[in-house]
Unconditional design. Structure first.
Lengths: 236, 274
């Protein structure tokens, strides 16, 4: 095998792969953050909202989780940007040019939001109800209860599920390759296509993805240990 | 690595609502809005292409279902030994199994698919033994690589699930089986495996839905499944939204059918107090 092709500077393709990895991680981090925001709002809506909000949230999570991510990404990436431009044109604004990065973050965030809603809903339900009742008895308004009691108290229950979602998110960014967004997988395919060293480059990208997963695992386990300080350890 | 496993509450769907629960006023209002949207979509959008492509869509649907069924069955057959050796096997077997599961679960399926199709596909023609073997006509097509990638992926994820399920079967049951004089193989086939599958069934149902949602990836290596057919329709009719929306609707139906089938099996399992 021709290892020199992985050199960091051209004619090696190592630099292109690392740039792809950086793009992938940015989209994953942005999408994950957006997903958590949607998840917090969604789980609050599912647990505390009125009947209409509850049903709408149920429809959102069910539909998003039943349709393949690839189809959602293609649908939202192409059709979503076209629809937004139509809307802007209809309102008299000039059409906006949505960067691939922003569209990718929005799409990944919308998909992850559905899964995150379910994880956070389960975690909030795991909080002893007395803690939230006590906060209410102190006269805290709902938003303050959420900020001071519910979110911190649910964290140890939510972290295993959220850690799993983060790992899924890093891998889901690869799907953006199908819509032509140059993240790690597409950069790898371009490098492999030019050099015809398919095995070398796809293996190299696999090692990069695996490294992200393993490093994330170590960090997430440390985070989980820290978040569950003082909790009674459940016997498994 | 257990923290990577999906918590069961996201995988097990809630029980289906009763008909009376659907008749509450706000739900009727939501259904009315949904019906209005649907009618608007039918009237305002272009659907004249649908009858022309019905045959192709059915053929694509068949390929998608075939890939799903074949890869889940083959993958599950691989997953049982993968899970078992991680629980009881000697180090020389359990270690490779763990590495395999970690690699499969740590890299995107799209990358695995492309590695197999483009990577192996570019290596095979250079090996004369393979070129002249009876397998060569198949290896020149795309679907064996798609099936292999989907099977390995399912095996990797389910190997981990089965590991947890095997480890979770109470020891007393296995000891009781041994006390009855059952051999190791009989303990496995009569007690350990059935009990592990029972425990894993809700997770397996969720994972099979995930597998269904992974099948359209094979369209990127030129397998003509449902997703590829819809891509063709989009190109030849110049329609952006309609084929994709129809595709999303079809997958929604497929997921619903899959969940119903698994729920039927879950109901058959006797549980305490029933």
């Amino acid at each position: 095998m021709n290892w020199e092709l992985l050199a960091l500077s051209p004619p090696g393709w190592g630099g292109a792969l690392l740039r792809g990895l950086a793009t992938s991680l940015q989209v994953a981090a942005g999408g994950f953050a957006l997903g958590q925001l949607i998840g917090i709002l969604g789980s609050a809506g599912k647990l505390y909202g009125g009947p209409v909000i509850k049903d709408l949230m149920e429809i959102y999570t069910t539909v998003v989780r039943a349709i393949p991510e690839l189809v959602l990404i293609v649908l939202l990436y192409y059709a979503g940007t076209a629809a937004l431009n139509n809307l802007m044109g209809g309102l008299g604004f000039s059409s906006v040019d949505i960067s691939g990065m922003l569209a990718g973050i929005l799409v990944i965030g919308l998909v992850q939001g559905a899964y995150s809603t379910e994880v956070l809903r389960g975690a909030i339900l795991a909080i002893p109800p007395g803690q939230i009742e006590a906060a209410r008895a102190y006269g805290m308004p709902p938003a303050m209860i959420m900020r001071r009691i519910t979110l911190p108290a649910m964290l140890p229950h939510a972290i295993p599920g959220l850690a799993n979602l983060w790992l899924v998110t890093t891998k889901d960014t690869a799907l953006l390759a199908v819509v032509g967004f140059t993240e790690l997988t597409l950069a790898t395919r371009q490098a492999a296509g030019v050099t015809h060293e398919y095995f070398l480059f796809f293996s190299a990208a696999g090692v990069l993805y695996l490294a992200v997963t393993l490093v994330s695992n170590v960090l997430l386990q440390a985070l989980e240990r820290r978040a569950s300080r003082g909790m009674v350890r459940r016997r498994t | 690595m257990t923290d990577q496993q999906m918590p069961e509450d996201i995988e097990t769907p809630p029980p289906l609502p009763k008909l009376s629960a659907l008749m509450r006023p706000h739900r009727l209002a939501i259904m009315a809005v949904a019906a209005a949207l649907l009618i608007l979509m039918i009237v305002k959008m272009q659907w004249s292409w649908l009858p022309d492509y019905a045959g192709m869509l059915l053929a694509g649907l068949w390929i998608t279902i075939l890939l799903l069924v074949a890869s889940t069955i083959l993958g599950f057959l691989l997953a049982v030994p993968l899970g078992l050796v991680q629980v009881t096997g000697p180090k020389i077997l359990s270690w490779p199994a763990r590495v395999f599961c970690t690699i499969i679960r740590g890299t995107p399926l799209l990358l695995q698919l492309w590695l197999l199709y483009y990577g192996l596909g570019s290596l095979f023609p250079g090996i004369p033994e393979i070129r002249h073997s009876f397998l060569w006509p198949y290896l020149r097509e795309a679907w064996p690589y798609g099936l292999l990638a989907l099977t390995l992926s399912y095996a990797g994820y389910e190997g981990e699930v089965m590991r947890g399920a095997f480890a979770g079967v109470p020891h007393g049951e296995l000891e009781a089986a041994r006390a009855y004089g059952m051999g190791r193989w009989k303990v496995l086939t009569r007690i350990w495996l059935p009990r592990a599958v029972q425990r894993a069934l809700p997770t397996l149902a969720g994972e099979t839905v995930v597998q269904l949602k992974s099948t359209p990836l094979v369209a990127t290596i030129t397998v003509i499944d449902l997703y590829a057919i819809v891509g063709d329709i989009r190109q030849s009719t110049y329609l952006t939204y309609e084929p994709l929306l129809f595709l999303a609707f079809l997958y929604l139906c497929l997921t619903g059918i899959l969940v119903t089938i698994f729920r039927h099996f879950e109901k058959k399992i006797p549980s305490r107090g029933m």
